[in-house]
Ligand binder design. Structure first.
Ligand SMILES: [Zn+2]
Length: 176
């Protein structure tokens, strides 16, 4: 396992690089990514994001669950509290799902998934848990219902076998 000595050594190398200096709280790329906790699919790596460019929310499956929406609501308050946040027309929310996702193993535990999505177990089919392409479309629609007018929402599926993403839903502007 990686211990704290190892982490501290790697961190010292990071600090030496200086890439952290002068970064702002607001993501410089006006991008928020919602992705999975799977160690193979870190959005910074697979999307080539630099430190400070994007806010990243990671959960099981990269799903837009009610808890995700609550996190986004909290972040919107932070943006409001800090003058100089980006205008809605310059903000992009990308949902990043992936192949071979462990969330598919949770189909055997419908009560867990029902809690996660805060729906009845009988309504889980609508969440398309076993199909990342369908699921990313579902989650983009949820975001479009909840996010303010003017922001852009997209849906991506990353293939763990090829290292490539498919743009399933190109950036679509939320309109009331
Ligand atoms: Zn996953």
């Amino acid at each position: 396992m990686i211990d704290t000595d190892e982490l501290a050594e790697r961190n010292a190398g990071f600090a030496d690089g200086g890439s952290f200096a002068g970064l702002k709280l607001m993501p410089s790329g006006s991008l928020t990514v919602i992705g999975c906790v799977d160690p193979r699919v870190d959005p910074s790596d697979v999307l080539g994001l630099k430190l400070g460019e994007a806010a990243v929310i990671r959960n099981v499956g990269g799903r837009v669950a009610p808890a995700t929406l609550r996190t986004l609501e909290m972040l919107s308050k932070v943006v409001q509290a800090r003058a100089g946040g980006p205008r809605p027309g310059h903000v992009h929310y990308a949902v990043l799902h992936h192949t071979d996702c462990g969330i598919t193993d949770l189909v055997a535990f419908p009560e867990l998934l029902a809690d996660y999505f805060e729906v009845a177990a009988g309504d889980l089919d609508a969440k398309a848990v076993t199909d990342p392409v369908a699921a990313v479309r579902v989650d983009v629609e949820v975001l479009k219902q909840k996010l303010p007018d003017g922001v852009f929402v997209s849906g991506l599926v990353y293939d763990v076998a090829t290292g490539l993403i498919e743009v399933v839903v190109p950036p679509a502007r939320v309109e009331g």
